[in-house]
Design a protein around this ligand. Sequence first.
Ligand SMILES: NC(=O)c1ccc[n+]([C@@H]2O[C@H](COP(=O)([O-])OP(=O)(O)OC[C@H]3O[C@@H](n4cnc5c(N)ncnc54)[C@H](O)[C@@H]3O)[C@@H](O)[C@H]2O)c1
Length: 251
Amino acid sequence: MPVALVTGAGSGIGLATVLRLLDEGYKVVGVDLQAPQIDAEPDRFAGIPADVTEQADNERAVSEAVNRFGSLDAVALNAGVTGSGAIDALPIETYERILAVDLTGPVLGMRAAIGALRASRGPRSVVVTASTSGLGGDPGMWAYNAAKAGAVNLVRSLALELGAEGIRVNAVCPGPTVTAMTSRLRDTAPEAAGRLIAAIPLHRWGQPEEIAEAIAFLLSPKASFISGVALPVDGGVTATTGQFLPSSSPA
Ligand SMILES: NC(=O)c1ccc[n+]([C@@H]2O[C@H](COP(=O)([O-])OP(=O)(O)OC[C@H]3O[C@@H](n4cnc5c(N)ncnc54)[C@H](O)[C@@H]3O)[C@@H](O)[C@H]2O)c1
């Protein structure tokens, strides 16, 4: 059985990814600030409390995977935070936290995992959850845009660095998805949420399971010749030049 590590596993896309990988037969270590609780046999799942911005925490999670389940084959570096505010208004501490979790987190996760990935005898694959916000700019979201764009180019560099060893590295770039991260917008700003949906060609929110499906595919041997891509899973958001809104009449 292949062994996977998923960060941000307590909620949203990470939780959906854990459930998907368990369904596919992986043994899974799930990492979040508080230990993720999942109804799974202890010989298939371990929930680890860890902060992805701390190198020692990342190393502890990798050790848990190897010691408990015997190897590490697949890594989903998914934990993330967001925040918005004008360039002269967003507290610099918020910017630093976004960079720490969304960009330094994947760096530290890779540094912690690389030894175990090299030691694995099976196919090895890493997926970083970036964002459509890593492929372009959004009003007021410069900190998140910068962090996620960094994550996209981190993935491209590591795909080049590790390709000769047969280790694939990819990113998924979700569009607006129904998770805790977007709940405030959906619950308290229906007009802004409506404008957002109008800009999505499929005219709806994504579900975390739809992002998890793409992550599981990229982690799997089915994607054996795919490395270094930043795959939008976004209902078509990034297909536009931005000059015209998509048709306002959903099918
Ligand atoms: N929801 C969206 O619309 C959307 C769109 C594009 C990209 N993303 C990205 O998807 C990823 C998952 O987010 P989500 O939408 O599932 O949100 P979420 O808030 O439901 O889940 C994020 C999880 O990451 C965890 N986390 C935050 N900081 C952490 C840290 N320092 N260490 C360990 N865990 C930490 C949180 O506790 C939470 O459980 C994030 O990287 C996010 O940026 C989300």
